[in-house]
Design a protein around this ligand. Sequence first.
Ligand SMILES: C=C(O[C@@H]1C=C(C(=O)O)C=C[C@H]1O)C(=O)O
Length: 367
Amino acid sequence: MTEETVGGDQRLLELRNRIDSIDSEIARLISERASCALEVAEVKKATGEDALYYRPEREAQVLRRAMERNDGPLTDEEMARLFREIMSACLALEEPVKVAYLGPEGTFTQQAALKHFGNSAQSRPLAAIDEVFREVEAGAVNYGVVPVENSTEGVINHTLDNFMNSNLSICGEVELRIHHHLMISDVTRPESITRIYSHAQSLAQCRKWLDAHYPNVERVAVSSNADAARRVKGEWNAAAIAGDMAAELYGLKVLSEKIEDRPDNSTRFLIIGTQRVPASGDDKTSLMVSMRNEPGALHDLLEPFRRYGIDLTRVETRPSQSGNWTYVFFVDFKGHRNTDDIAEALKEVGACASDLKVLGSYPRGVL
Ligand SMILES: C=C(O[C@@H]1C=C(C(=O)O)C=C[C@H]1O)C(=O)O
């Protein structure tokens, strides 16, 4: 053994001892934090039967603070992810939060639910977006997670349409970078692939890559990426396009990684619930508005936002379900409904709209 290795071993031992004592300190502080959360639960319980344990605005502030005070070497996102899990465990001590998401297991929506609520939430996959709405309405779960728009493919109509017949509010949003992989099972022969399964959205997000690499292969749209992965399990001539979670869940082998056409491909998900969320300091508001079917209606809707300097982030139009060629507008903007300017603008829009519903003000996605 050289002198150098002896010196190296000694240094390693010292560093590990230091890490051990830091870990003890972290563990003690986490327990202290958890005890505080339990006391918070007592205070909340004293407010009555339907005490709200999960507080989206507070969680957003805790995560933002974790990022702001971080000086490295971990990235801000890594630091916030660690705090996300600590909070998730603390909240579970108060009252485990129950979340339904668009399943099956292994979908990007499950990944979004985990990213938003952490691993200590009790999550349940449901087969359709309507079912997620129904289960939250029925009180079987506290919150639901549904996709609402993709940066490559645009809006998920089904989610918007559900708001037309629902009293649920939006309590939060979460954005996820979407990476698609081409995956096969251990019985698949890569040179004999004649069929590729995926959700229609994912096939569309990889259209150019598929045109270039598998121009003559049949593309089969199925109900989810996880379903695509499941089907491939026993097929020697098929592949699936899905994400990491599905590959892991079904034990598939990734043949080509990150095949989405746009490298910044992301999906935005909504957290739906029954709670009216206070301002967090950096919020968004979503509206659903019907205008009278007459000239200048869209101008009347948008003009107050311009006058009050409100930053619109999205305007979508959907056919209304009450008559042909009438429309409902979904409008998102920065800010909280409790702010004076926004409250004024909403009053003015409400005066010229035939129907206006604030779907919710909620913290902007942190992670
Ligand atoms: C502790 C609280 O309850 C929950 C847990 C939080 C936490 O661990 O920091 C934050 C918000 C709530 O979802 C609180 O409201 O402060």
